[in-house]
Design a protein around this ligand. Structure first.
Ligand code: AMP
Length: 281
């Protein structure tokens, strides 16, 4: 695996690969890698000839600066994991490389960036769009791989590529989970042992919500029941628990009969905010 920090160098190196007829797959990350990230790389390796993974903690997508300061960084371990998994190039730019000047672009995603994480983290998805459009511009991938764990982000990226008229194919990848069901996340390593154990309630709430909805309860009733479960322990603070159409994230009160529905949750466990979701056919 080659590690490249400079975008011009990466651009010319990838141009050579393209001239050799290779297709390029891209896995953007913020590092502190876990098996969920590696599963995206494995999917990329199945679908393309040449893989690029980036690690860049994007300051523009953190509305909470203390969240940015505490975001875990494990670059040496990440590089070893990627090398072992057979990644071809690790792109490791610093902030000046990505933002030589301030990015003032404001994207319009309609309602999509105003709900759920968009409502709770103002400016977050605009920052995501800024960095992903810059990374796509540098890497010019044939395919880019994103986790369904960040479902709203995935819809934003799809909208972004449409808006910018990009050729890249966005490939959604399944959520990898720990044994107790907790979705793998870089933020999990910030949890202390008691919080880590308590965090397993998040996937349980999603599956409880699914069962209750399938049994005919509406989402308002489900929320009431599950919120009272959470309120028993002060370690939790719920940001949202919503049922939406999976296609556009419009809020609904009972399961969509003609398309997919999705239950999405964001919940603090101690100081750490975790998100998860469950798609229901
Ligand atoms: P992050 O480093 O958290 O920005 O994530 C980088 C990419 O990995 C995003 O496309 C995420 O959706 C994806 N990802 C994060 N956690 C998981 C997981 N548990 N399973 C699958 N993909 C994930």
């Amino acid at each position: 695996m080659i590690i490249i920090r400079n975008k011009i160098e990466l651009g010319s190196f990838l141009q050579l690969q393209r001239e050799n007829g290779l297709t390029i797959g891209f896995v953007p990350t913020m590092g502190a890698l876990h098996e969920g990230h590696i599963s995206l790389l494995m999917e990329a390796k199945k679908q393309v000839d040449f893989t690029v993974c980036s690690i860049f903690v994007n300051p523009n997508q953190f509305n909470d600066k203390s969240d940015l300061a505490r975001y875990p960084r494990t670059p040496e371990k990440d590089a070893l994991m990627l090398e072992k998994a057979g990644c071809d190039v690790l792109f490791l730019p610093d902030v000046e490389e990505i933002y030589p000047e301030e990015d003032k672009r404001v994207f319009d995603f309609g309602k999509l960036d105003k709900v759920l994480d968009g409502a709770h983290r103002p400016g977050h998805f605009n920052g995501v769009a800024q960095v992903v459009s810059r990374l796509f511009d540098i890497v010019q991938p044939d395919k880019a791989f994103f986790g369904l764990k960040d479902y709203q982000q995935l819809l934003i990226i799809k909208a972004l590529t449409k808006q910018l008229n990009l050729k890249v194919i966005i490939v959604p990848c399944a959520i990898l989970r720990e044994k107790d069901g907790l979705a793998m996340s870089s933020r999990n390593m910030l949890l202390n042992p008691a919080e880590r154990e308590a965090a397993a309630i998040i996937p349980q709430l999603l599956s409880d919500a699914k069962s209750l909805l399938k049994a005919g309860k509406n989402m308002q009733e489900v929320k009431g029941l599950l919120e009272s479960k959470l309120s028993k322990n002060q370690i939790y603070k719920l940001d949202y628990l919503e049922l939406c159409n999976a296609s556009d994230l419009n809020s609904i009160n009972s399961l969509n009969k003609s398309g997919e529905s999705i239950i999405l949750i964001a919940c603090f466990v101690g100081k750490i905010r975790l998100i998860d979701n469950l798609v229901i056919n």
